[in-house]
Design a protein around this ligand. Structure first.
Ligand SMILES: [Ca+2]
Ligand SMILES: [Ca+2]
Ligand SMILES: [Ca+2]
Length: 275
């Protein structure tokens, strides 16, 4: 009986430890896809469970980091559910705000990694995976991404992005709009910008864009129509700064009067000469 109890205890310990081990596992996730737009505000890193394991849930406390920018994101807790061949999506707030973007599993800061070459580490404390790309390797057209084709050799291709979160299915984003100041108008504008094709003539000032109110005294073309202050019809009635325009009319009228007067004088002189 005593011996039977010991056997039972041993079996329990083995089962319990293997269960803990299974719950804690997270070493089969691999960096699968990396994406950035041109200014680094829209970025995502996608992990994939690489060997069909159903229990790679132990990601809590692990970090995603990069080398060049010194970024680090700590996963707060383990993930629940069957992990076999699933994905985990780490993405920036601007990514999450894009139309049709799949909901990121984790929000990472903008400019998380450098676009001109960097190394991204998954769980660096455990050396689970890291992926290095050199300058020029990462597409920044807002459409294409780096997609790892071999987790051992880290060989990759570039192609149309397909961010996938834990729930799936794959999504796709168009981040080709360059809108540095975040006012929704791109430079150049295009269909992926919040306000479409209208181009922002100053993409470093969110107060300046097509449709903005033309301020008549700041020597700036606020509404991007190519006309500044009093030259813009929006300021035609602005008093007093655009009054010079009215003075010009007065000058023109005075000029015409002088010409008329001159003609009259000439005519009189001519008449006097004839007389
Ligand atoms: Ca803009
Ligand atoms: Ca102005
Ligand atoms: Ca203007």
């Amino acid at each position: 009986m005593k011996s039977h109890a010991r056997v039972c205890l041993r079996v329990f310990v083995v089962i319990a430890s293997s269960s803990v081990s299974a719950r804690a596992a997270s070493h089969l996730w691999r960096i699968n896809e990396i994406f950035s737009n041109a200014d680094g505000t829209v970025q995502f890193i996608e992990l994939k469970e690489s060997l069909g394991s159903t229990a790679e849930n132990g990601i809590g406390g692990k970090t995603m980091t990069d080398q060049m920018n010194g970024s680090s994101f700590l996963i707060p807790s383990n993930i629940v559910g069957n992990t076999a061949n699933k994905f985990l999506l780490f993405a920036t707030p601007a990514f999450a705000a894009l139309p049709n973007a799949p909901t990121p599993d984790y929000i990472i800061p903008a400019h998380f990694f450098a676009i001109n070459g960097d190394t991204v580490h998954w769980a660096p404390a455990f050396n689970y995976d890291n992926f290095t790309f050199s300058s020029g390797a990462l597409p920044t057209d807002g459409i294409n991404s780096i997609q790892i084709t071999n987790f051992n050799t880290h060989s990759f291709v570039t192609g149309s992005n397909s961010p996938t979160n834990f729930a799936g299915p794959p999504g796709h984003v168009d981040a080709s709009c360059t809108d540095v100041d975040g006012d929704g108008y791109g430079n150049p504008g295009n269909a992926s910008c919040l306000h479409g094709a209208a181009t922002d003539c100053n993409d470093n000032n969110p107060a300046i864009h097509p449709g903005a109110t033309e301020i008549c005294t700041d020597t700036i073309d606020n509404d991007c129509n190519g006309l500044t202050d009093c030259d813009d019809s929006a300021c035609a009635n602005f008093v007093p700064n655009c009054i010079p325009a009215l003075s010009n009319i007065g000058v023109a009228v005075a000029g015409l009067l002088l010409i008329a007067l001159g003609i009259t004088v000439i005519k009189r002189r001519a008449k006097c000469a004839r007389d």
